[in-house]
Design a protein around this ligand. Structure first.
Ligand SMILES: [Zn+2]
Length: 165
């Protein structure tokens, strides 16, 4: 059973190695299924391998309203991105309740391997783009906290505490 790893677990700081389809550390199709299931259970739209304690380059994205459309992205990379940035609110299952606006490119072209090991390429914009970049950061050991100033983060944390009171 997979479990969500919360900050400040050090696995969230690891730059993960590539998923090797010729010598897989775990069954990629089963991993995709398990990670999507856990993400939906927690109302997430994205979940990276190190967030469940697994050290390899894969994340899942999807929405519980349309679970069939959810998928895993193995060994993802950015092919190109826009110069323009958008400031959109992000949350993270490893930082429950903390929402903060992060500036990221408005659109990207990306490549990855699906759970059968086949390469795919597509364009992403809006929330899918933001989510893809947030999850890709996780695979490099970067969290959204690293993308904002200390002050902005402190304000977001304060707002969370108020909401929970
Ligand atoms: Zn996250």
């Amino acid at each position: 059973m997979l479990k969500i790893v919360k900050f400040p677990d050090s696995v969230l700081r690891e730059n993960l190695p590539e998923f090797d389809f010729s010598n897989p550390i775990t069954d990629p199709k089963q991993l995709e299924k398990d990670m999507l299931e856990l993400m939906y259970q927690n109302d997430g739209i994205g979940l990276a391998a190190n967030q469940v304690g697994i050290k390899t380059r894969v994340f899942v994205m999807g929405h519980s309203a349309n679970p069939e459309a959810g998928q895993a992205f193995f060994n993802p990379m950015i092919v190109s991105n826009t110069e323009t940035l958008a400031d959109m609110e992000e949350g993270c299952l490893s930082f429950p309740g903390i929402y903060v606006k992060i500036k990221r490119p408005t659109a990207i072209k990306a490549r990855w391997q699906n759970s059968a090991g086949e390469w795919e390429e597509d364009d992403f914009d809006g929330y899918n783009c933001k989510c893809f970049l947030h999850e890709l950061d996780h695979l490099e050991g970067i969290t959204y906290q690293d993308r904002v100033s200390t002050l902005k983060w402190a304000l977001a944390v304060k707002k969370t505490k108020k909401r929970n009171r």
